[in-house]
Design a protein around this ligand. Structure first.
Ligand code: HEM
Length: 842
């Protein structure tokens, strides 16, 4: 036993009398816990144990892989000191031995039965239900698990007793009836779940009844829970008999995946705190984790502090004062009295103990998956989204030609690989910038989160372009088909279809943004997702289907459901997947999306085939262009709905992020709005008021603003082919005063009024859609985004309608642009931020 823990335990028991309090032991950072509840006196004597020990969500070693390591692999940054069930038995023995030595118990425990009394599993994702760790526990220990997790654990056929815990239901007369889980739990302990609006947002309540009328709960919520949900409202207002909340075990950080908030963070926690008024808030499931795979592209973590949460609450309070709105804090207006109450209760924030918490220092361990493994995993997936796979391809193709240790390593002076890896995780930009400064024209190495990353100089990019760089996709025929359609049919049709796109934009932008008669606060990203999906849908599927709510839901959520489902399915061994599929709701949603898409499209396709046969005039949209090329690619009509969904996958989120980013820039550079409007009006006047593709081309300031926004906010530190993209677009030798957002930069470079450090012969290389070694927002080489021409037109149309129709302002007199969310090498506009819009009256 560590000296620190031994002292703590002795101190704990020296104070102890018959009123022992629970002990909380952090097993690995703050992810898995041992919770020890004091047994009633009589039970202490009969069992010889002072406590009932429950281990919660044990994940002690190895990776938590969501389906495939390249999709989402989560690792603990440090190796846990307690590595398995045996280590936890030793830990419990130390607690019980100290209790005995202090005279709290007298009889010895039964040597042949495990000391751990129960395992609690709150959720079925592998960072909570970690099968390799769980299998290190004695199989006779009862497992209490939320029902989805219980079903999976039962299917392992390992544990003798697996109890499915109940959900707290609104209107429950006495929570002890119906929520008390099983005879394997003593009558003075109950475990139940408070369900939230989404499966990740729940709380597990463990209620300890130390006396017939004293019920104290621990609320464990690794992702936070929405305070408006019926289950937690019942917990707050209707518990009979009354339960007081001893501790809230909630994280502070905010997490996002695919633009959705997955953790309510410190502000969400403060809302719960203001209602349940716990004695302690123990910061849990908040430690740094190492994310690898696609999740790094589509997910973000923002580490928060109590101070930043309180700051934000203050702002919400101020806003509430203006609008008389209730932000879920249980009061309408901020008064001094409320603030004082807030502060009083907050004395125990970040407390790590009830009566003696025990933390240990950890050794570090390096995780280093092989590139080849990642590649074979990619190849084994049933995915057709090609763009996501290229990070791996770009590296794998080039590495064989360079001997690793000949390539200079950035950050050698930091010491060992682990130290470099830590810097990469927390401040990757530092390493990229240092490497770029030292080896601008050479290939260099950076120690990444998983393995070394090789960063190529601009000069080598042409070589890459000529190399064996080929697309990697499971269904190459679908990919080739899609790329051909986007590159040729869609791009070549832009002049023709532009008026239709423009009409759709003129209807959709005001419909979705709403009347905004007065300044109206709007979460831009959410609105734009629908706007982009509808306008794109007009060309992808035609003007009728594009407005169907079902189509919109599928087009927008298909990406999220696809990656989540793949992650979950992979947790099941291949031969158990026929059963596993029934426990993965996203698979059902995916089937539904595909089924609906097929169901809508089948009659449309049949009708169109007939029209083709009869030689009638045919619709002018992507679906029709696809139908004309199916024979050439040997693709059946029934595959077209899936290809349409994949098209949405490539097109909608990317475009939405770009428009969001531009609006964030425009909102803080309001001086440019008048000039942009003037340009738009002048160009419109010169084109008889028609927003043709040519008119959009003439809006060179708008084009410049869009490109400058991409330059100032690069989405990847290294571009997809791992050239130091962010350093390049912010290099003062290539772009003068790169730290300044210069709306005119690219317009002036195009019209020759600014000095061109890159000395391009053709200044049109400074257009938004241009792909150069000095600007790789759309990739580079053979696989550069073929949809960029369509995207550029669509973005311009949306911006034109917003700029002509609305005044734009930042809320709360904010003058700084909203910070991007950075995670690893990826950066994106924060999808939760608001901008104020007001209908233009002139
Ligand atoms: C502003 C919006 C967009 C951005 C920033 C973007 C970015 C990218 C990037 C970085 C790549 C990978 C390039 C490479 O591997 O070198 C890519 C590929 C691709 N994009 Fe886009 N994209 C956008 C919009 C679109 C749209 C609207 C479509 C379809 C209409 C589309 C269709 C595709 C396809 C099919 C590929 C795969 C190309 C191939 O494998 O050869 N993208 N995109």
């Amino acid at each position: 036993m560590s000296v620190e823990r031994s002292i703590l335990l002795k101190k704990h028991f020296s104070k102890a009398d018959n009123t022992l309090r629970p002990i909380l032991t952090a097993l690995n950072d703050d992810h898995s816990l041992l919770i020890s509840f004091p047994r009633p006196l009589v039970e202490r004597n009969s069992s010889g144990k002072a406590y009932f020990h429950i281990v919660s969500d044990p994940w002690m070693f190895g990776s938590a892989v969501m389906l495939a390591s390249w999709i989402a692999t989560i690792d603990l940054p440090n190796a846990a000191q307690f590595k398995n069930g045996g280590d936890i038995e030793d830990l419990i023995r130390q607690i019980e031995d100290t209790a005995k030595a202090s005279g709290v118990t007298s009889r010895s425990d039964k040597a042949d039965s495990p000391l751990l009394d129960a395992i609690s599993v709150s959720f079925y994702y592998p960072d909570h239900m970690h099968e390799p760790t769980l299998r290190t526990f004695d199989a006779s220990i009862p497992v209490f698990a939320a029902k989805e997790a219980a079903a999976i654990i039962q299917s392992w056929d390992y544990f003798t007793t697996v109890v499915s815990t109940q959900d707290l239901v609104q209107g429950t007369a006495d929570w002890r009836n119906g929520t008390h889980s099983s005879p394997s739990l003593p009558g003075w302990l109950s475990i139940f779940r408070l369900v939230g609006h989404h499966e990740v947002n729940y709380a597990t309540a463990i209620v300890w009844s130390s006396a017939p009328d004293t019920h104290e709960a621990l609320l464990l919520s690794p992702h936070g829970i929405d305070i408006d949900q019926a289950s937690i409202q019942t917990y707050i207002h209707d518990m009979k008999p009354r339960i007081t909340t001893l501790g809230m075990l909630f994280p502070l950080h905010d997490t996002f995946a695919f633009g959705w908030r997955t953790t309510f963070g410190v502000v969400g926690g403060l809302k719960v705190e203001s209602h349940v008024k716990p004695k302690y808030w123990v910061r849990t499931a908040d430690g740094e984790l190492v994310y690898q795979g696609l999740i790094r592209w589509f997910g973000n973590v923002i580490y928060r502090t109590i101070e930043s949460g309180l700051e934000e609450v203050k702002k919400l309070e101020l806003a509430a004062r203006d609008t008389n709105e209730n932000f879920g804090f249980g009061f309408k207006l901020s008064t001094q009295r409320h603030e004082i109450q807030f502060r009083k209760r907050r004395h125990s924030f970040e407390a790590v103990e009830f009566s003696g918490s025990i933390r240990e220092r950890f050794e570090t361990e390096r995780f280093n998956p092989k590139m080849s493994q990642l590649l074979s995993l990619v190849a084994n997936q049933g995915l057709t989204l090609v763009s996501v796979a290229f990070l791996l391809v770009g590296l794998a193709v080039l590495l064989p030609s360079y001997a690793t240790d000949e390539v200079p390593l950035v950050g050698k002076e930091l010491g060992n690989a682990e130290k470099r890896r830590k810097v990469f995780i927390s401040r990757p930009q530092d390493l990229y910038t240092k490497g770029y400064r030292s080896f601008r024209n050479k290939i260099f190495r950076i120690t990444g989160a998983d393995a070394d990353r090789f960063i190529l100089p601009r000069g080598l990019l042409n070589e890459l372009n000529e190399s064996r760089y080929t697309g990697l996709a499971n269904n190459q025929a679908h990919t080739d088909f899609l790329v051909d359609l986007v590159r040729n049919d869609l791009t070549h049709s832009l002049y023709r279809i532009n008026s239709r796109l423009s009409l759709q934009a003129s209807i959709t932008v005001p419909e979705e943004l709403g009347p905004c008669e007065d300044w109206t606060s709007t979460i831009v990203y959410q609105k734009l997702l629908r706007i982009v999906a509808i306008i794109s849908g007009n060309v992808f599927l035609g003007p009728e289907l594009c407005k169907s709510e079902e189509w919109l839901t599928s087009a927008i959520t298909y990406t999220v459901d696809l990656f989540t489902a793949i992650g979950k399915l992979k947790q099941w061994k291949s031969w158990t997947r026929p059963i596993g599929q029934y426990f993965i709701p996203e698979l059902k949603s995916l089937r539904e999306h595909r089924h609906k898409a097929r169901a809508w499209l089948a009659p449309v396709i049949a009708r169109r085939r007939l029209m083709m046969k009869e030689g009638k005039e045919l619709p002018d949209d992507m679906l029709q262009w696809m139908m004309s090329k199916t024979a050439e690619y040997d693709i059946g009509d029934e595959e077209l709905s899936l290809i349409q969904l994949n098209l949405s996958l490539a097109a909608i989120n990317t475009t939405t992020r770009t428009v969001t980013s531009v609006l964030y820039d425009i909102a803080v550079h309001s001086e440019i709005v008048a000039e942009l409007r003037q340009e738009i009006k002048m160009v419109l006047a010169a084109h008889d008021g028609v927003l043709s593709a040519h008119a959009l081309f003439e809006m060179k300031l708008l084009d410049s603003v869009m490109k400058e926004s991409q330059r100032a906010n690069p989405e990847f530190l290294g571009s997809i082919i791992e050239s130091p993209h962010a350093n390049i677009v912010q290099d003062p030798h290539l772009y003068s005063n790169p730290e300044i957002f210069d709306a005119h930069r690219f317009m002036n470079l195009r019209n020759g009024t600014a000095t061109d450090p890159l000395n391009y012969k053709n200044k049109e290389q400074y257009q938004f859609v241009a792909v150069t070694k000095e600007f790789m927002a759309f990739g580079y080489g053979k696989h550069a985004c073929p949809g960029r021409f369509f995207a550029a037109n669509e973005i311009k149309l949306i911006l034109v309608h917003i700029l002509l129709g609305y005044d734009i302002m930042m809320p709360d007199h904010i003058t700084q642009r909203y910070a991007n969310l950075n995670m690893g090498i990826v950066s994106m506009p924060d999808p939760t931020k608001k901008i104020l819009f007001k209908r233009e009256k002139t």
